[in-house]
Design a protein around this ligand. Structure first.
Ligand SMILES: *[C@@H]1O[C@H](CO)[C@@H](O)[C@H](O)[C@H]1NC(C)=O
Ligand SMILES: *[C@@H]1O[C@H](CO)[C@@H](O)[C@H](O)[C@H]1NC(C)=O
Ligand SMILES: *[C@@H]1O[C@H](CO)[C@@H](O)[C@H](O)[C@H]1NC(C)=O
Ligand SMILES: *[C@@H]1O[C@H](CO)[C@@H](O)[C@H](O)[C@H]1NC(C)=O
Ligand SMILES: *[C@@H]1O[C@H](CO)[C@@H](O)[C@H](O)[C@H]1NC(C)=O
Ligand SMILES: *[C@@H]1O[C@H](CO)[C@@H](O)[C@H](O)[C@H]1NC(C)=O
Ligand SMILES: *[C@@H]1O[C@H](CO)[C@@H](O)[C@H](O)[C@H]1NC(C)=O
Ligand SMILES: *[C@@H]1O[C@H](CO)[C@@H](O)[C@H](O)[C@H]1NC(C)=O
Ligand SMILES: *[C@@H]1O[C@H](CO)[C@@H](O)[C@H](O)[C@H]1NC(C)=O
Ligand SMILES: [Zn+2]
Length: 504
């Protein structure tokens, strides 16, 4: 090294120490960009496009020559042949349950409640550390799959320590979203204690960060008698006092009871009074009146297609309110964690449902009832609108930098011309090269960007081993008698794919 080199190296070292750090910027170049146009209120495909991210925001999308001058501290990512889209939005999930993975492969909803739900033995077996690891590793699983925003229906709030552990899992993961704290009454954590911890979290400036907001989850709006009415109004007053970002409830309905429907919330005087968005999870049996209320008051449902098929919710009406609908995953320990699969299953399900209408009238379908664009918007922009946000769920200047870069030359994608069809019907998680949330890479070149991920995996697997051993020894509930909703049980036909006697 010459003297000159020594001096210049020293100079840049001094410069680096003296100057204020320039915010990081990333330029994705030469890709096919699935952007959103405010002007036309629709998706706009930009070929050979580039996306400039500065700090946590998308600052430019362009074709051809880059804007002048480009930021100094710039990482250029050559995205030639690739597809650049916004990240997916999941409006209903229970992230603490990750350690149950594969245990519920053939469960039913009533068995789920007693074995794996918030009121199950989990409340005495899961430690705060188990909850923290379940949340964190569950979010990594989602981020790897391109889910960049999550509404966590947090129903492992069994103590102050469990609540804090769950919040920490969410803030540390780097995902965007709402932590919807479930108010409830547990054996060891009374209603008053639950309310107390909620207030403490809401007032704790260090508990949350710029990506994660506090919301309120509650399932008791349909209950009557005793403290029920008072509790509903307590929940709504708490939400208002603390100006939370979201109210959410399980609107099961049908034979499952607990409708928690928009009509019921409206009767409580709360659907049209506050600016707080509502998300009604499932809402499979949503009535015409409730659909109208959602449109008039601009609230949304969260359709969780795979969950609703797995557990038997059915979908008699939810396909009729897709203009006020978003998508969710729900219990990711039982099936796919990705919103892409949810959108694909839902798209084909809706097609089947609406085709059936025509073929049962003995006519030939003359059109296709739902496009890939509709499914893509349901999985992205509608999730943002459910949160009353216009800065996420779209790829546009001034939006948050939550992005997915898809490998346009993967074996399954090769040959595409329509990028939305390529994503919705051909892509899989393994085609996701990079994922960025808030301007930060969470997945890079096909791998999660997580410091110490292997040690975390080991810690999580210890927790899994202990928990799955307990559940392995646990007897299964016998489903008989009359459910809490006043409905009896009946058996389904069970299929057998092996010829011969009996079930395999
Ligand atoms: C450039 O951005 C990185 C973050 O990616 C930051 O650590 C670094 O300090 C920045 N460099 C300068 C010179 O500002
Ligand atoms: C697009 O519209 C949304 C909602 O009105 C607004 O928040 C956003 O700033 C607009 N973006 C641009 C680039 O005009
Ligand atoms: C893409 O745009 C760049 C920059 O304008 C240009 O150099 C390049 O030739 C274009 N590529 C294609 C395939 O059009
Ligand atoms: C970007 O990638 C394409 C495809 O791999 C390659 O042909 C091109 O040379 C690369 N451009 C730069 C500037 O490295
Ligand atoms: C259902 O799944 C559980 C757990 O994986 C398994 O032990 C059980 O044998 C399965 N039952 C049937 C009927 O497949
Ligand atoms: C309640 O707390 C007691 C004492 O800590 C514990 O033994 C018991 O398992 C807990 N019960 C539940 C349902 O968590
Ligand atoms: C719960 O709190 C309310 C109001 O602070 C109080 O009136 C009630 O007695 C408390 N209940 C229990 C079981 O501590
Ligand atoms: C409540 O929060 C929203 C955004 O989350 C904000 O726009 C509004 O001003 C807040 N209202 C009050 C009364 O603080
Ligand atoms: C909700 O409130 C708005 C204005 O306050 C009113 O125009 C609208 O009719 C109300 N809708 C319902 C369903 O009450
Ligand atoms: Zn749920």
């Amino acid at each position: 090294m010459s003297l000159f080199n020594h001096i210049s190296a020293l100079c840049s070292l001094l410069l680096a120490f003296n100057s204020v750090a320039v915010q990081a910027a990333t330029l994705f170049t030469g890709g096919t960009v699935v952007s959103w146009s405010n002007a036309t209120n629709s998706l706009e495909i930009i070929r050979n496009g580039s996306v400039l991210v500065e700090g946590s925001t998308i600052t430019a999308i362009y074709t051809g020559a880059p804007p002048n001058p480009l930021p100094s501290n710039l990482t250029v990512v050559n995205s030639t042949n690739d597809i650049i889209s916004t990240g997916f939005i999941d409006t209903h999930r229970h992230s603490w349950q990750t350690a149950f993975k594969t245990l519920g492969s053939n469960t039913t909803l009533l068995e789920y409640f007693s074995r794996y739900g918030s009121g199950s033995p989990a409340q005495s077996v899961f430690t705060p550390e188990d909850v923290y690891l379940g949340q964190l590793l569950g979010y990594y699983e989602a981020l790897n799959a391109g889910v960049t925003t999550i509404v966590d229906y947090a129903h492992s709030m069994w103590s102050t320590e469990h609540a804090y552990a769950a919040v920490r899992g969410m803030t540390e993961s780097g995902v965007r979203g709402v932590f919807a704290y479930q108010l409830a009454d547990y054996r060891n954590f009374t209603w008053n204690a639950s309310v107390g911890t909620f207030r403490r979290l809401a007032d704790d400036e260090n508990a949350f960060n710029l990506r994660v907001d506090l919301g309120v989850a509650y399932d008791g709006y349909s209950r009557t008698g005793g403290d029920a009415e008072k509790r509903s109004s307590d929940v709504l007053n708490l939400a208002r006092q603390h100006n939370v970002s979201l109210l959410t409830t399980h609107a099961n309905g049908g034979v499952y009871g607990s409708p928690n429907s928009p009509e019921e919330i409206h009767r409580l005087g709360f659907l049209n009074q506050s600016q707080i968005p509502w998300i009604f999870a499932h809402a499979s049996y949503i009535s015409i009146q409730s659909q109208q209320l959602l449109r008039q008051t601009n609230h949304y449902i969260s359709i969780t297609p795979e969950s609703e098929m797995h557990y038997g919710h059915d979908h008699p009406t939810s396909h009729l309110i897709q203009d006020q609908a978003s998508l969710g995953v729900d219990t990711h320990f039982t099936f796919s964690t990705d919103i892409l699969t949810q959108a694909r299953i839902w798209l084909q399900h809706v097609r089947q449902t609406l085709y059936r209408d025509v073929v049962q009238r003995q006519k030939l379908p003359a059109n296709n009832p739902m496009s890939v664009t509709q499914a893509f918007l349901l999985a992205t922009r509608n999730g943002a609108l459910a949160l009353h946000r216009t800065d996420i769920g779209i790829l546009a200047p001034a939006a948050k930098a939550d992005l997915i870069i898809w490998n346009g030359r993967s074996p399954s994608m090769l040959g595409w011309s329509d990028p939305i069809a390529a994503i919705m019907l051909h892509a899989s998680i393994s085609d996701i090269k990079h994922v960025m949330v808030d301007g930060v890479f969470k997945k890079r070149d096909g791998r999660l960007v997580v410091e110490g991920y292997e040690e975390l995996q080991d810690r999580f697997l210890e927790s899994v081993k202990r928990i799955q051993r307990v559940w392995g020894d646990m007897s299964r509930p016998v489903l008989q008698g009359i459910s809490a909703a006043g409905v009896g049980f009946d058996r389904t036909v069970e299929v057998d794919v092996v010829r011969g006697e009996g079930m395999g």
